[in-house]
Design a protein around this ligand. Sequence first.
Ligand SMILES: Nc1ncnc2c1ncn2[C@@H]1O[C@H](COP(=O)(O)OP(=O)(O)OP(=O)(O)O)[C@@H](O)[C@H]1O
Length: 238
Amino acid sequence: MIEVRNLGKTFGNVHAVQQISFTVAEGENLILLGTSGCGKTTTLKMINRLLDPDEGTVLLNGTDTATIPPARLRRGMGYVLQHTGLFPHYTVAENIAVVPRLQHWKKEDVRARAAALMQKLGLTWQEHAHMYPHQLSGGQQQRVGLARALAADPPVLLMDEPFGALDPITRNRIRQEFSELEEFRKKTIIMVTHDVQEAFALATRVCLMDKGRIVQMGTPEELQQRPANEFVRAFLKL
Ligand SMILES: Nc1ncnc2c1ncn2[C@@H]1O[C@H](COP(=O)(O)OP(=O)(O)OP(=O)(O)O)[C@@H](O)[C@H]1O
């Protein structure tokens, strides 16, 4: 369980995040939704300590994450980015293997896991394992990014616009495939998007943000049926 309490982060005179609080239960998918610059990415990065908050705390299963060494914390939290963050000089197989190798998995286990994930995500070992990221399409790169984040089976997945760099058709297809994966259903996920349709397709609950603050949080149905104010109504085009 992840509990975020009164998080705040300021860059110079920009209050990027102010008084953000929420809890995410095991297996839930919380989607942080909002316009560009509203503080979604900053919030996400404070959860795996890529950024340290100026105010507030993040608890992971009751433990203050400020007391957990960042490297250890991140091993339990897969991270998927819009521009994949794949290592360009590593092959597909090597990219997927990064975290299992850090955890000293046996070579054959790493390979079996990578091959199984690749297959689930529409890639094949024979064709793709030895390719480099620049030899893949954007959609294929994004699949490798997902496989890498899932490789060591972390209980938590943080995703920042994971389908954002793709054309709308590929985006919908990969999103659909991803939402059907057993991994997706099992994991606690916090995902950032500015796309209302995507948020509603994947969310257990949506956290709608504006100017660094939470405007409304609830299930997609709650937001649609009981928008808290004009901003919510306009954002959701109700
Ligand atoms: N490292 C930084 N230094 C200075 N300002 C920053 C930094 N990171 C974020 N900001 C500012 O903080 C605010 C929130 O940024 P953030 O990236 O969290 O927004 P976002 O909602 O994720 O936007 P987007 O959807 O465009 O990625 C913005 O005004 C941004 O310019």
